[in-house]
Design a protein around this ligand. Structure first.
Ligand code: NAD
Length: 385
């Protein structure tokens, strides 16, 4: 004990702080009891959803809950962002529990699923989901085409999951073995050409799928899968129901719209990142040294750029070079940089400001949201690293 503090004062302090800490401990226990009580209630919801084959994620319910909690937090003079963050963690945790339980659930247990390319990344990922949900899963790989006839016997779903550049020929090759009633679907990252080919060679139900995520996601919770209807949607619905039951969010479009949007969402995004990474790699300055001086935004950006180069180059080359129209868009992008070159050469600050403001207008109200979301991510990054 310090000589400066009289004994009696120190004793009072010890007694008082112990009392306060005991109260906090009690509150923590109550919080744990309440969270576990909430968890038990969620279990009841899972049982009910399982019984009725309902999806895990209910976006409207979650957003309503968050809005309600935010306004309650404000009334109690608490930070609404803190309460939102706390509840997002609780809700995500409960969704993942539900998804893990529900992934066992099969919409058509016992149905026979053939995955063409089923030993590849996406093929084996989906093979695992189908298997754990009670489907009979068969795999057609490059090496067992001699068994294609028996593998296709009585098949209910054929899912094409081969590299983009061999997708069309694989669809043509399997077509003669498909029972008329079988559902033919694919996972290709482009949709127009594979969907047209599937419709051309198969007269039964056809559905195009594009999971907008890679095979490293542990659950399908809130993962987006784009779907493009081909033929006999009522006979394809069970597959869509199954994806939703596994936790995925399904977004529908025509193949044309899908491909146009993916030109931007995937090809342009990855290509611009590739160009930036390439440019940096040619500079004299060392990456690690720049990271030591990182602003949060540079650190975040480098996380995204570095991430691209940590992955499979052939996957990205397939995405970037997938179609002529895609390559045309990327060329337009590169050519558009000439405009910026002129601006720099002319030292035209005014033009920069003008272009900046024009672009800000185009982003409109999304700018606000982007600022909020990226601030959240940056803060998380600072917390962690
Ligand atoms: P991958 O290379 O990991 O797997 C493809 C598999 O197909 C390999 O096992 C290969 O041996 C097999 N294969 C090749 N030719 C074959 C043939 N003629 N017959 C049977 N099998 C054959 O590729 P992936 O990343 O799993 O991609 C598969 C599909 O999924 C592609 O259309 C891709 O666009 C799409 N996709 C991939 C991702 C991703 O992140 N990997 C995401 C969304 C969609």
């Amino acid at each position: 004990m310090s000589d400066d503090i009289p004994n009696i004062v120190q004793n009072d302090f010890d007694i008082e702080i112990k009392k306060l800490r005991d109260q906090i401990d009690q509150i923590d226990e109550q919080i744990l009891t309440l969270i576990s009580k909430r968890f038990l209630e969620v279990q009841k919801v899972v049982t009910l959803k399982k019984k009725h084959n309902m999806p895990v994620f209910h976006p409207a319910r979650e957003e309503d809950l968050i809005s309600k909690l935010r306004s309650e937090a404000q009334q109690r003079d608490m930070d609404p962002d803190f309460i939102e963050e706390l509840y997002r963690v609780i809700l995500r945790n409960s969704r993942i529990h539900q998804t893990v339980e529900m992934k066992q659930q099969g919409v058509r247990v016992g149905a026979k699923v053939l995955i063409v390319g089923g030993f590849g990344q996406m093929g084996s990922y989906f093979a695992w989901f189908f298997t754990t949900s009670g489907y009979e899963v068969r795999i057609l790989s490059e090496n067992n085409w001699d068994k294609v006839e028996s593998l296709c016997t009585d098949i209910d779903l054929v899912l094409i999951s081969v590299p983009i550049h061999v997708t069309l020929e694989t669809i043509q090759r399997i077509a003669p073995y498909l029972p008329k009633e079988a559902l033919l679907a694919d996972l290709t990252s482009i949709k127009t050409a594979p969907l047209n080919e599937m419709l051309k060679v198969h007269k039964g139900p056809v559905l195009g799928l594009h999971p907008l995520f890679g095979p490293t996601c542990p659950t399908l919770d809130k993962q987006i899968i784009a779907i493009t209807q081909g033929r006999e949607p009522e006979k394809c619905q069970w597959l869509i129901d199954q994806l939703i039951l596994w936790g995925a969010i399904v977004v529908s479009s025509t193949a044309k719209e899908h491909d146009e949007i993916m030109d931007i969402v995937q090809a342009l995004r990855h290509f611009a990142t590739f160009c930036f990474g390439q440019f940096l790699s040619k500079r004299e300055i060392g990456l690690h040294r720049t990271l030591e001086f990182s602003s949060p935004i540079y650190r975040l950006e480098m996380g995204m750029v570095g991430r691209l180069f940590a992955q499979d180059s052939s996957l990205y080359s397939e995405i970037v070079f997938a179609t002529p129209s895609r390559r045309k868009l990327l060329k337009d992008f590169v050519l558009s940089l000439n405009e910026q070159l002129d601006m720099l050469e002319n030292n035209d600050k005014e033009l920069f400001v003008e272009k900046f403001n024009e672009t800000a207008k185009w982003f409109g109200s999304f700018s606000e949201q982007a600022l909020r979301e990226s601030t959240f991510i940056i803060n998380k990054l600072i917390e962690r690293f």
